[in-house]
Design a protein around this ligand. Structure first.
Ligand code: GCO
Length: 466
């Protein structure tokens, strides 16, 4: 196909996540997640002191959402399942029938309109009782997650053929005021990652043992895919170290030669020694665990938003042992890059092409789904900047496919609706549909970008880059 055309089997999608859109935070037997709990305890955790109690009310308005998806003409819809709506305590001995009902109705609605469900099993909304066990820093979580996944396969696996185990963008909230689990910086970071990787692998092996032959789906994991560009030629090593910390720590055990990246192990071991620890802060995988996790994928999911310039710096001593210190690198943006309203979101499409190529080179050109890509603003209906953003990033995806041979299988725009943007609350809007959060009916209104995306999907090509 031509350079500005997407391959015939390329899948266009759009994404959301349970806590950010559903609401119904305690409806019909749903249990509390850590976000329900901690935002009630401390509303100041969120910039506008809001929470996801109602959000877009998709719990009640999912049929409307499915109609919007059908209007867009997407091939797939990436949403996440709320663990605590299915298992209110997190444990598999208490299944909430309303949770199963809700997701069956959503999935049936999608399938009836020829839209493939892509389901993320976990998108940060851990059941609160599991946080009381220490959350993901507790190895037991990998067993409880496997129990949960089995229930999802049993109930939805006949219609769901694209699964993401975990949305692991886990560097998002390193702020000290976040409770242990949400504050994923520091020592907990590495324990968290190891247990998430073991949980992912247990689910993949479970699927192979008990479901793949009858359900024939695909399983992946979503990794945070910001690109790290050296600020100067002297910062090449710092940029590669940063990629290994932020992407490789999750990706290398699964898609690479197994285990945490060598660069990360050396760095954390060396630092731990300097800090006088008797052993490294980095938990070790046994040889059996390395082999158990390696290769547990059918596709690589990646969330691509922006790029950071990376400088090699000595972090002053005495700072908390955290990624920042372990990284020994400083991240910033080039002020010349166009920006969105969001303080961190700079528009850098060439960074999208580079991170896709880095994955191709680092992990043997695995099949890739871009599971998120989007642009935040203040909610303009005629969101021409968002159209420019999508056009430039999708053009970078075409270059990666046609000129670099990267196996990008599909792309999901973030997001179907304006929604609860975590610690930014409703102040940052990523939706292709505007949501009126002052309206009890949470009225949805298509933005210009929704009409533009529908047109791209129909024609399967981009206008020649302006
Ligand atoms: C992430 C999360 C999304 C965010 C989106 C915009 O990767 O950060 O998956 O839930 O809302 O990325 O910040």
């Amino acid at each position: 196909c031509a350079k500005d055309e997407f391959p015939a089997d390329f899948l266009f999608g759009i994404a959301s996540s349970a806590y950010q859109i559903e609401g119904g935070h305690d409806a019909n037997g749903k249990g509390a997640s850590i976000w329900d709990h901690y935002l009630r305890l401390n509303p100041a955790l969120v910039r506008d002191s809001t929470n996801g109690d109602t959000a877009c009310d998709s719990y009640n308005k999912y049929e409307e959402d499915v109609s919007l998806l059908a209007d867009l003409g997407v091939d797939f819809y990436r949403f996440s399942i709320s663990w605590s709506r299915i298992l209110p305590t997190g444990y598999s001995n208490k299944i909430n029938p309303d949770g199963v009902r809700y997701y069956n109705e959503l999935i049936d609605g999608l399938v009836a309109r020829n839209i493939r469900p892509m389901v993320a099993m976990y998108h940060w909304d851990l059941p609160k009782p599991l946080q009381d066990l220490g959350g993901w820093t507790n190895p037991l979580l990998s067993d409880l997650f496997e129990d949960y996944a089995k229930i999802l396969f049993e109930n939805f696996g006949d219609r769901v053929k694209l699964w993401i185990t975990v949305n692991t963008n886990w560097m998002g909230y390193g702020d000290a005021q976040f409770p242990p689990l949400l504050n994923q910086s520091g020592i907990g970071e590495y324990l968290y990652v190891k247990n998430v990787l073991l949980a992912h692998a247990k689910v993949y092996h479970l699927y192979n043992r008990e479901f793949r032959s009858s359900q024939n789906g695909q399983i992946g994991i979503t990794v945070d895919g910001r690109w790290y560009e050296p600020a100067t030629p002297r910062d090449q090593e710092a940029a590669e170290r940063t990629r290994q910390f932020y992407i490789g720590t999750v990706a290398n055990p699964i898609f690479g030669d197994g285990d945490f990246p060598k660069l990360v192990k050396e760095r954390v071991d060396e630092l731990s020694q300097e800090e006088g620890f008797s052993r490294s802060r980095l938990p070790k995988f046994s040889r059996e665990e390395v082999e158990y996790v390696k290769g547990t994928y059918d596709f690589f999911g990646i969330n691509i938003y922006t790029t950071f310039l990376t400088k090699d710096v000595e972090i002053e001593d005495g700072s908390e042992p955290s990624f920042g210190k372990d990284l020994k690198a400083e991240l910033h943006h080039d002020p010349k890059w166009p920006e969105s309203n969001s303080f961190w979101l700079k528009v850098v499409p060439w960074g999208c092409r580079r991170v896709l190529n880095w994955i191709k080179e680092s992990y043997g050109n695995p099949p890739i789904f871009i599971t998120e890509n989007g642009f935040s603003d203040r909610g303009e209906l005629d969101d021409v900047d968002r159209i420019d953003y999508f056009e430039s990033y999708l053009n970078a995806v075409l270059e990666a496919i046609h000129e670099d041979g990267v196996q990008v299988r599909g792309y999901a725009a973030w997001s179907l609706l304006d929604n609860f943007e975590w610690t930014s609350g409703y102040s940052e809007r990523f939706g292709l549909h505007h949501v009126d959060f002052a309206d009890p009916g949470r009225r949805r209104t298509a933005k210009s970008s929704a009409r533009w995306y529908k047109d791209v999907i129909e024609r399967r090509r981009l206008d020649a880059p302006s």
